[in-house]
Ligand binder design. Structure first.
Ligand SMILES: [Zn+2]
Length: 296
C-alpha cells in the first residue's frame, strides 16, 4: 500500500514534467463541445477548434513538437484552411507552436501584453523563458475586446482583468453559448497566479465574477486545463478563491507575515478539491499573500 501511495505521489509530482517531455507518445484527442466546435486534449493547455465554410479558427496550440499532430487532428475534423490562431495568454504550454502555425500562413491574435511580453525575457517562479522568435509573435493585438464574425457565428474575445497573467483573454462563442477561458479558469487544482507576468489574485476573482454574469446553466466552458465545465464549476472556483483571498487579506491587515499566514490553515478545507495539482494549499496562500501585499 505504501509503495502504491508513493508511486502515485511520484506520478503526480512528475506528471507535469513528463507531460512536457514525451511528446512522441502524446495523442491529440478531440472532444466534441457542440456542432463544429471541439476541444483538443494532448499535452499542455486545451485547444479550441471552430470550423465552417469561412475557414477554421483555433485557440491555443500547446507545445511546438506537437504542431504536426495538432494540425493533423484539426484537418481530420475539417479539411478547411486554418485562418486564425488565438493565444489566450503567453505561456508556452498554450503558445509553444506559434512559429509552426505562423509558417503555415495562419494569423495569430492575442492581447497587447502577450506580444509585449514575448518580446523580452520572462522570469517566473516556474523558470525563465527567453524572448520568443519573431515568428511566434501575434500579428493582431488588442486591449479589451475584439470581435470575429466567422461561419455565421459571433465570437468575442474579452480581456476582463489581470488574473492568471496581465494578458488573459476569454473567447466567447455567442450563438453556441461556449467559452474558452484559457488559464483564467482551470481544473487542475489551485490556479497559478503568475505575478511576474502581471497576474493578480484580486483580478483573477474579478475576472470570474464578470464571466459568471455572462454564463447560464446551459453554457459550456472549455477550461485552460482539465475537462469541460459548467457555470457551477466556475462558481465553485470563484467562491473558493474569493474566500481564500478574503482570509489572507484580513490576516495581512492584522500585520501577519506571509509565513505566519500559511500557518493559519486557511486552505485545509480546500485540499481535497484543489490540492492535487502542482500547487499545494500553502504554496497558494504564499502566492496570494504576495499578490495581495502589492495591492493590485
Ligand atoms: Zn498559463
Amino acid at each position: 500500500m505504501k509503495l502504491i501511495l508513493s508511486l502515485l505521489l511520484l506520478t503526480l509530482i512528475s506528471q507535469h514534467i513528463l507531460a512536457q517531455q514525451n511528446f512522441d507518445t502524446v495523442n491529440i484527442r478531440p472532444v466534441k463541445v457542440v456542432e463544429n466546435l471541439y476541444m483538443l486534449k494532448g499535452s499542455g493547455g486545451n485547444i479550441g477548434v471552430f470550423f465552417g465554410k469561412d475557414g477554421t479558427l483555433m485557440i491555443d496550440d500547446q507545445f511546438a513538437p506537437l504542431s504536426n499532430k495538432i494540425n493533423g487532428a484539426i484537418k481530420t475534423l475539417d479539411p478547411g484552411e486554418i485562418k486564425f490562431l488565438i493565444n489566450t495568454h503567453l505561456h508556452g504550454d498554450h503558445s509553444g507552436g506559434n512559429e509552426n502555425f505562423k509558417k503555415m500562413g495562419i494569423t495569430i491574435v492575442a492581447h497587447d501584453q502577450v506580444r509585449e511580453r514575448m518580446l523580452t525575457e520572462q522570469k517566473s517562479s516556474r523558470g525563465t523563458a527567453p524572448p520568443r522568435d519573431k515568428d511566434a509573435l501575434p500579428a493582431i493585438t488588442f486591449a479589451d475586446k475584439l470581435n470575429f464574425h466567422l461561419n455565421e457565428e459571433d465570437i468575442e474575445l474579452i480581456h476582463f482583468d489581470k488574473g492568471h497573467t496581465d494578458g488573459d483573454v476569454i473567447v466567447h462563442f455567442k450563438k453556441a453559448n461556449v467559452y474558452h477561458t484559457g488559464d483564467a479558469f482551470v481544473r487542475y487544482g489551485y490556479p497559478f497566479i503568475d505575478l511576474s507576468s502581471g497576474g493578480s489574485l484580486n483580478g483573477f476573482v474579478n475576472t470570474l465574477d464578470k464571466l459568471l454574469l455572462l454564463l447560464d446553466d446551459n453554457s459550456k466552458v472549455i477550461p485552460g486545463h482539465g475537462e469541460l465545465a459548467t457555470k457551477a464549476d466556475v462558481k465553485a472556483v470563484r467562491d473558493a478563491m474569493a474566500d481564500i483571498r478574503d482570509q489572507v487579506t484580513a490576516a495581512l491587515k492584522k500585520g501577519k507575515k506571509p509565513e505566519e499566514i500559511t500557518a493559519l490553515n486557511i486552505t485545509d478545507k480546500y485540499e481535497a478539491a484543489y490540492g492535487k495539482g502542482f500547487l499545494k494549499g500553502k504554496d497558494f496562500v504564499l502566492m496570494a499573500a504576495e499578490s495581495l501585499a502589492v495591492k493590485k
